[in-house]
Design a protein around this ligand. Sequence first.
Ligand code: NDP
Length: 455
Amino acid sequence: MGQEKKFDYDLIVIGAGSGGVRAGRIAAGHGAKVAVVEESRPGGTCVIRGCVPKKLLVYGASFASEMEDAAGFGWQIEGAHHDWAQLIAAKDAEISRLEGIYRSLLKNAGADLLEGRGVITGAHEVTVNGTAYSAERILIAVGGWPSLPPVPGMAEHAITSNEALDLPRRPDHIVIQGAGYIALEFAGIFNALGSEVHVVYRGDLPLRGFDDDVRQHMVTALQDRGIHLHPETEIASIAAEGDKKRVTFAAGDDMLTDCFMAATGRAPKTNGLGLEAAGVKMNDKGAIIVDEWSQSSVPSIYAVGDVTDRVNLTPVAIAEGHAFADNCYAGMSRTISHDKIASAVFSMPPIASVGLSEAEARDKHDVVIYDSRFRAMRNTLSGRSEQSYMKLIVDKASDVVLGVHMVGPDSAEIMQGIAIAVKMGATKADFDATVGIHPTAAEEFVTMRTARQES
Ligand code: NDP
């Protein structure tokens, strides 16, 4: 007897970001009938309001220091000035082009795009704009959203990275709260383009969780670039004053600024999704709890990406979404390793790392440290005093490289290759046996021979 299809779809994905689109189109490619629901623009955080537009602004801002450095090489660049509105318009055009590609990816895979807000109204049901659709499986890939500290005036007067990418005018003066990825990336962009930038954070060093030598190195590097750092500083309130903002600090002093930006972390966007009613378990941060197969406490409901708060990076969401589709629609059995994932902060200078920080490594291992601080060759003629920093953390017993860190030009590009070696379990002897490419900064990673003396 022929089986009637019980559901409208095999799979409904909520969220057309990196993880959701990958899962949707791979599942459709495996023959599943798929719908992807999106309330905003296909592309999600990374493409529309995160990694991609941010990196375009970083590129745009980087020309400022390139032009400064060029003078030492004989260039005379006079009268250069930057047009913020032109950069934003060019960036917007590129983001629209990418959004179009995301739409076609889904269309070409044969998946339906349902535009509107999707709410879970049953273990097998998603309601979009008042219409209920049933599915054998539901995948939640709604990502995260900036979270603001509960400070008077914050909700009314703070912008977040969402708005910072679309400001009609570049602020002459900006206060950024937080000292994580987003705070330092935007500090670099605005500072390079000429804004006076103040970074205010509650810890003693920026970048909690990063290697302490990297954090310390960044303090000097950011200050040398002209960014004003305010450690151990809490904000008491923000108020409007004409078209400016008055930021009052917990210590009682205050500062008048054109723009206040909160870069104080992101939270899973699970509010109002119908998850509690459906019985989907979440942790105390509102993240969906999933197992290694990305399956939630409700067997028909899965989740990938930032909404699960595992490792909140685009390539991780993509890998999780792809594995989900392969497992559920192609009979595979793939899990994603969340270990030794390289990442970068596109600050100025940029930071990249893979593996453990020294403090994390020392927790479990007896370690040997190799590090190097040097002035990159181009800085000799450019006259820039900025130094690069490189560090290898090695397990004394096995010689395995546990962590690699770099601050300096091209660190993200360099770290991608290093990450393969670290993921494969390379030892310090493997690094030593590798012949460097000369003259590069990267060759330092294979020429560090003298371990740091422990004091
Ligand atoms: P981060 O977690 O990196 O940094 C948050 C910052 O805000 C920290 O300095 C934190 O301080 C501070 N903070 C948090 N809550 C408060 C509070 N209530 N009051 C005062 N300060 C507070 O988050 P981001 O927003 O920078 O980025 C979010 C995530 O997005 C990142 O973790 C990363 O996963 C991802 N991302 C990745 C990028 C990349 O790969 N290049 C780029 C941008 C984002 P403290 O340390 O003291 O808690």
